[in-house]
Design a protein around this ligand. Structure first.
Ligand SMILES: Cc1cc2nc3c(=O)[nH]c(=O)nc-3n(C[C@H](O)[C@H](O)[C@H](O)COP(=O)(O)OP(=O)(O)OC[C@H]3O[C@@H](n4cnc5c(N)ncnc54)[C@H](O)[C@@H]3O)c2cc1C
Length: 226
């Protein structure tokens, strides 16, 4: 997969700091724009530490994601506080579509052979249906979960932290975990203070929603938190 940060709110941390400071100041946010960096940095840290998370919703991040499976995008779009634009299987001819191969299959010769045969069969059936005049919106019914796709996603910083909390977790499925980790790296580059401690919920908040005491991160981040 390829993941790029297409765009984000300009100077996201400064914007959040100004918005936070405007909550406790007689001055409006636009009057606080010229506040010195140090004062704003303190406001930002306070917001991040206090869990006053609605303030960080002001910052938006837009990612372009190329070559992930439909199985992965199905999981991604379950995150509702976001905007999506996904390559259409109705308007794009997918006769030369790529298929994402999981490592477990790639590393097993016999499984890989079976997988490739299934993908070939699906691709041939798809082409045949189009030749028979079946519209792409119906021909696509034979395409598998492995079919590669492209998607643009925009999330605000609060939703990103939640998304990373759930999907950087070792219990998350490998492909969406890889996606979440790639997005986290890019988000951290653009807004290091906001995303410094981001990651799976155990690391971010010391909570394990999976209740998995066998997980290598459980002892490190949940039990040793106190
Ligand atoms: C490891 C793992 C396994 C999973 N397995 C399954 C599975 O087997 N089957 C399955 O169906 N799903 C599964 N999911 C998906 C999961 O149930 C959620 O749909 C997905 O993670 C989106 O998370 P969310 O609902 O917290 O957040 P988002 O949609 O990202 O929303 C963020 C937050 O906003 C609030 N919110 C959003 N919409 C509403 C609303 N309508 N009402 C009230 N509050 C709202 C909630 O607080 C929510 O946490 C799995 C997810 C993970 C991480």
């Amino acid at each position: 997969m390829e993941v790029k940060l297409l765009s984000h709110t300009p100077d996201p941390e400064r914007l959040i700091a100004i918005a936070a400071r405007s909550c406790v100041s007689k001055r409006s946010a636009h009057e606080l724009i010229s506040e010195p960096d140090e004062a704003l940095r303190r406001s930002l840290n306070k917001v991040l530490e206090s869990g006053h998370e609605s303030v960080i919703e002001h910052a938006y991040f837009t990612f372009s994601i190329k070559g992930i499976s439909r199985a992965c995008t199905h999981q991604l779009v379950r995150h509702r506080i976001a905007s999506y634009s996904q390559q259409s299987q109705r308007y794009v001819d997918l006769r030369d579509a790529d298929f994402v191969i999981p490592e477990s299959i790639r590393n097993n010769g016999e499984a890989l052979e079976a997988f490739r045969a299934a993908m070939r069969g699906a691709a041939e059936a798809y082409s045949k249906l189009l030749e028979l005049g079946i519209p792409p919106e119906d021909a696509r019914f034979v395409l598998p979960n492995a079919t590669a796709t492209n998607i643009v996603v925009t999330m605000n910083a609060r939703e990103l932290l939640h998304f990373f909390g759930l999907r950087c977790c070792l219990k998350a499925q490998w492909e969406i975990r890889a996606l979440a980790n790639a997005m986290l790296e890019l988000a951290r580059g653009a807004a290091p203070a906001i995303f410094e401690r981001a990651g799976p919920y155990c690391l971010y908040k010391g909570i394990c929603f999976e209740g998995d005491r066998e997980c290598p991160l459980y002892e490190k981040y949940v039990l040793r938190r106190d």
